[in-house]
Ligand binder design. Sequence first.
Ligand SMILES: NC(=O)c1ccc[n+]([C@@H]2O[C@H](COP(=O)([O-])OP(=O)(O)OC[C@H]3O[C@@H](n4cnc5c(N)ncnc54)[C@H](OP(=O)(O)O)[C@@H]3O)[C@@H](O)[C@H]2O)c1
Length: 325
Amino acid sequence: MHAITIPEPGGPEALVWAEVPDPEPGPREVIVDVRASAVNRADLLQRQGHYPPPPGAPAYPGLECSGVISAVGSDVTDWRVGQEVCALLAGGGYAERVAVPAGQLLPAPVGVDLVDAAALPEVACTVWSNVVQLAGLRSGQTLLVHGGGSGIGTFAVQLGVALDATVLATARAAKHDRLRELGAAHAIDYSEQDFVEEVRRLTDGRGADVILDIMGAGYLARNVAALATGGRLAVIGLQGGRKAELDLGALMTKRATITATTLRARPLAEKATIVWGVRDEVWPLVEAGKIRPIVERRMPMADAADAHRLVESSDHFGKVLLTTS
Ligand SMILES: NC(=O)c1ccc[n+]([C@@H]2O[C@H](COP(=O)([O-])OP(=O)(O)OC[C@H]3O[C@@H](n4cnc5c(N)ncnc54)[C@H](OP(=O)(O)O)[C@@H]3O)[C@@H](O)[C@H]2O)c1
C-alpha cells in the first residue's frame, strides 16, 4: 500500500507519498481500507518532529479515517468485512490501509457521505468528552468556543446548539457569517475585541458556564475572568503556550474548575469508552442532521503537503480531507 511518510521532520515538503508494507490486524483489530482521512492541527506538529506517535501506533500521521473493513482480527466478533466505518486513530490515517483497535471504530453515520465521515471521529470524541463528559454542559447554559472556525470549533458550535446551549465563538471576522449559520448566537473577533468584555456583555455579566479552549497559557487568565460562577474551563490546546500564572483566588471565588486533557495518548480502554459515548449520544444528532461534517476541501492524499499548507494558513473553515483514489 501507499502512505504518507516523514523521512525527515520539517515543512510540508517533508510529507512523502511512498510504498510501505501493508498492516496486519492484531487479534482485537480490524483493517480498514481508507476512503479518507482528515488533517488535524496535531499532524503539523508531528510533521515537524514535535509530536511523535505514542508507543505501538503506526508511524504515519492521521488521527482519524473513514473507509471499509477489509479484514478482522481473530478476537473481533462485533465487526465484519465490508462494513462502512469511521475510526479514531492514534496515527496511520494518511494511508491506503490502517489497523484499528476494534474499540475505536464507529459505524459510518447513516445519511453522511463516507468520505465526509472522516471529518467526524477526532472532533466528536474530543469535543464530546470535554464539553459534555468533563464540563457537563447542559441545556440553557452558555458555551464559549475558542477558534470557532477550526475543525474542533465547527463541531463544538454545532454540538452546543444541538444541546440547546447558547454558543459564543471566537474567530477572525472572515469566519463570522459561517459561524452564525452553524447556530452560534454571537461571533467575537478576538483580534479586535476583548472577548472577556464581550462574553460579560452578552451574558448580562454572568460569564460563560463552559469554555472550550485551544489557546492554553495565552488565554488562561482571561478565560478564568470570562467564566460564570461554577464555570468549567476545558483546555485542549496550547496554541498560546503551556506555562502561565493562575490566580487560584479568582478560581475559588467562582468555584470554577479547570481541566486539561489530550485524547491521543489515553489508554485504549478510555478511548473505547469515549467512542461508545459518542456512538450513543452524538451519532443520533449526526443522523438527525443536527450536526454535520464541515468540510473546507477534499484533496488527494498524495497532496498532503498542500493540505498542510492550507491548514497552517488557518484560512480553512472546518476540516480538510485527504482522499484515496
Ligand atoms: N487535547 C485534545 O485531545 C485535542 C484533540 C484535537 C484537537 N486539539 C487541539 O484543538 C485545536 C484545534 O484543532 P484543529 O485541528 O481543529 O485546528 P485547526 O482547524 O487548524 O484550527 C486552528 C484554529 O485556531 C484559531 N486561532 C488561532 N489563534 C487564535 C486566537 N488567538 N484565538 C482564538 N482562535 C485562534 C484559528 O482561527 P482563526 O483563523 O479565526 O484565527 C483556527 O481556526 C488545536 O490546538 C489542537 O491541538 C486537541
